[in-house]
Design a binder for this molecule. Structure first.
Ligand SMILES: Cc1cc2nc3c(=O)[nH]c(=O)nc-3n(C[C@H](O)[C@H](O)[C@H](O)COP(=O)(O)O)c2cc1C
Length: 309
């Protein structure tokens, strides 16, 4: 007799109690969320991007609301590697959810240095390689749009990451995402996450200036969901299907139905981002909703993955 209430999954060799992560940059380093949700109810947690040195990020304004979403140009503001180890690892160590550290940098060596330094930390299950940030001048998306550089940076970080799982986060701002996904897999990625934000602009018509000080920002939230579902399905069909490389699907997930759409499209797990700012306990509710869907449909999460007809 099958147990449909069990929504635990295997994600690149890591056992998750459910397929729901929180997305990088929307939940800080976990301690910020402690008062709002039971962190152990998450399948996975992804930290804000970490760089070798602390970064102040871009000048304000760096967030603006849009129809069905938001545009951000934070610019990878973060506390830096040393402070992260000192102050945040002790918090992350107590979590039962799989912790992924999102890694960023301006050179391949910087990315590899973060992964290497954290490769022995027991609190960490894996890394998410952010080669898709649209809001920084050096690094970020400039790595993530060139298949040659993607393969190079992925293999360098994979070598530095030791036994930790390496997930590569893809940008949607490319002509063919299967080409960049392929390059990441070729470089040794254990998992792929998609998508990061779509580059956009909001203009103040009185001043005729962009609202964000960075001029452009990354669009996230429900506005991008159909685009992200399509890209997950494309990468699943053209790159990962039949392989042991799972996809973490994200982009505009607000409800359990949204999450189920991503899983049917080909994602093994999902991440909740912008919705956390409105409803901090949404990931928990989404996991519950996935469970109810599986019970109602008499299907396991595993059977749902890529089951699009
Ligand atoms: C305010 C904000 C900050 C973000 N910071 C990061 C970051 O530091 N690193 C990263 O890889 N993605 C970052 N992202 C992108 C999200 O992780 C996610 O890929 C994107 O927002 C799409 O998902 P969503 O529509 O559910 O928010 C950020 C998004 C937002 C809205």
């Amino acid at each position: 007799m099958k147990k449909f209430g069990d929504i635990s999954i295997d994600f690149a060799g890591i056992k998750l109690v459910n397929p729901v992560f929180t997305a990088s940059g929307t939940c800080g380093y976990a301690d910020e969320l402690d008062d709002f949700i039971d962190l152990d109810s998450l399948g996975g947690f992804i930290t804000k991007s970490i760089t070798v040195k602390p970064r102040k990020g871009n000048a304000v304004p760096r967030i603006v609301e849009t129809d069905s979403g938001m545009l951000n140009a934070i610019g990878l503001a973060n506390i830096g590697l040393e402070k992260f180890i000192e102050e945040k690892i002790p918090v992350l160590e107590k979590m039962s959810a799989a912790v992924f550290v999102n890694v960023a940098g301006t050179t391949i060596d910087e990315y590899a240095a973060v992964a290497e330094r954290l490769s022995k930390e027991k609190a960490i299950a894996g890394f998410e390689l952010n080669i898709s940030c649209p809001n920084v001048k050096k690094g970020g998306i400039s790595f993530g749009t060139d298949p040659v550089q993607i393969k190079e940076i992925t293999s360098a970080v994979k070598a530095a990451a030791g036994k930790k799982v390496l997930m590569v986060k893809l940008t949607p701002s490319v002509a063919d995402i299967s080409v960049t996904a392929d390059a990441a897999v070729d470089g040794g990625a254990d998992a792929l996450s998609l998508v990061n934000t779509f580059t956009g602009m909001v203009i103040d018509i009185e001043s005729r200036k962009p609202v964000l000080s960075n001029r452009t920002g990354g669009l996230s939230g429900p506005a991008i969901k159909p685009l992200a579902v399509y890209l997950v399905n494309k990468v699943y069909n053209e790159v990962t299907k039949g392989s042991d490389v799972p996809i973490l699907g994200l982009g505009g997930i607000r409800t359990a139905s949204d999450a189920v759409e991503f899983i049917i499209a080909g994602a093994t797990a999902v991440a909740v981002g912008t919705t956390n700012f409105i409803e901090p306990d949404s990931a928990m509710k989404i996991a519950e909703g996935i469970k109810k869907y599986c019970e109602r449909k008499q299907v396991s999460v595993k059977e749902l993955i890529g089951s699009l007809k």
